[in-house]
Design a protein around this ligand. Structure first.
Ligand SMILES: *[C@@H]1O[C@H](CO)[C@@H](O)[C@H](O)[C@H]1NC(C)=O
Ligand SMILES: *[C@@H]1O[C@H](CO)[C@@H](O)[C@H](O)[C@H]1NC(C)=O
Ligand SMILES: *[C@@H]1O[C@H](CO)[C@@H](O)[C@H](O)[C@H]1NC(C)=O
Ligand SMILES: *[C@@H]1O[C@H](CO)[C@@H](O)[C@H](O)[C@H]1NC(C)=O
Ligand SMILES: CC(=O)N[C@H]1CO[C@H](CO)[C@@H](O)[C@@H]1O
Length: 197
C-alpha cells in the first residue's frame, strides 16, 4: 500500500518543527550568573498585590574559565521549590529543559547585559500558592540556554519565598513544553504511517 503524500508531508514538517526541541540539559550549563530576589527568606507575598525585585549579574571571576562571549539574551523565570513539587507531576524537575517543569512562569526577558540588571515584577493574580525561587537563563543566538543563575542554592532550600496565590490541585500541564508535545505527536504520526504501510 502506498503512503499518501499528505502524510509524508505532515511527517516531514512535523520533525522540522520538533527540531525546536533543543535537548539542552541544566547540568551542562555554566552557573555563571548571580541572582538575588527582594523577599526575605520565607516571606509571604500576595499574588495580584505585591512585587518582587530581581537582580542579576555575571560573575566576573569566571571571565577566564566561563566567558560570557556568546550570551545574547536572558530569561528570568519563577520556579517551584522542591517543597511545592512533591505530589505534583505537572511541576516535576527534569535535567532536560525541554521537559523540565520547575520554572513555568516567565518574569521577563531581554538583551544580555553583564551587570546592573534589575527588574521589579508585579506578581500576577493567577500565580498558584506555593514556595518559589527565581532562575535566570543566559541564552545564545540560536535560542539555546548556555548559562544560568538562581536565587537559591543547588539543593533549592535557601532564600525561598512564598506566594499566597491561587489554590489549585488540578493537574493541568499548561506548562508542558510545546516542543515535547510535538515530539509525541510526531511519533504517533510515524506509528500511524507504519501501520498503513
Ligand atoms: C513594590 O512593593 C513595595 C512594597 O509593597 C512598594 O513600596 C513599591 O512601590 C512597589 N513597587 C512597584 C514598582 O510596584
Ligand atoms: C570573586 O573573587 C573575589 C576574590 O577572590 C571574592 O572576594 C569574591 O567573593 C568573588 N565573587 C564571587 C561572586 O564569587
Ligand atoms: C562562541 O560561539 C562560537 C561559534 O559557535 C564558538 O566557536 C566559541 O567557542 C564560543 N565561545 C564560547 C566562549 O563559548
Ligand atoms: C545602573 O543603572 C542605574 C539606573 O539605570 C544607573 O543610574 C547606574 O549608573 C548604572 N550603573 C552602572 C554601573 O552601570
Ligand atoms: C554550555 C557551556 O557553555 N558550557 C561551558 C561551561 O564552561 C566550561 C569551562 O568551564 C566549558 O568547557 C563549557 O563549554
Amino acid at each position: 500500500m502506498e503512503v499518501h503524500p499528505t502524510i509524508l508531508l505532515l511527517l516531514v514538517s512535523c520533525f522540522v518543527t520538533a527540531s525546536y526541541a533543543h535537548n539542552v540539559h541544566l547540568s551542562s550549563l555554566n552557573q555563571s550568573l548571580i541572582v538575588t530576589t527582594s523577599p526575605k527568606t520565607n516571606q509571604v507575598l500576595k499574588a495580584g498585590e505585591d512585587n518582587i525585585t530581581i537582580t542579576w549579574t555575571y560573575n566576573t571571576n569566571l571571565t577566564a574559565s566561563m566567558p560570557d562571549t556568546n550570551y545574547t539574551t536572558v530569561e528570568a523565570k519563577l520556579c517551584y521549590a522542591p517543597v511545592s513539587q512533591t505530589g505534583h507531576d505537572d511541576r516535576k524537575t527534569d535535567d532536560n529543559l525541554d521537559i523540565d517543569k520547575t520554572c513555568p512562569f516567565d518574569i521577563t526577558d531581554g538583551p544580555y547585559k553583564r551587570s546592573n540588571n534589575s527588574f521589579t515584577w508585579s506578581i500576577p493574580k493567577d500565580i498558584p500558592k506555593a514556595t518559589y525561587f527565581v532562575r535566570v537563563y543566559a541564552v545564545k543566538a540560536n535560542k539555546h540556554e548556555i548559562a544560568y543563575g538562581q536565587s537559591t542554592d543547588t539543593l533549592k532550600t535557601t532564600n525561598l519565598f512564598q506566594i499566597d496565590g491561587v489554590i489549585s490541585n488540578q493537574k493541568v500541564s499548561a506548562s508542558s513544553s510545546v516542543a515535547w508535545n510535538y515530539f509525541v505527536y510526531c511519533y504517533a504520526l510515524m506509528l500511524l504511517m507504519m501501520l498503513l504501510v
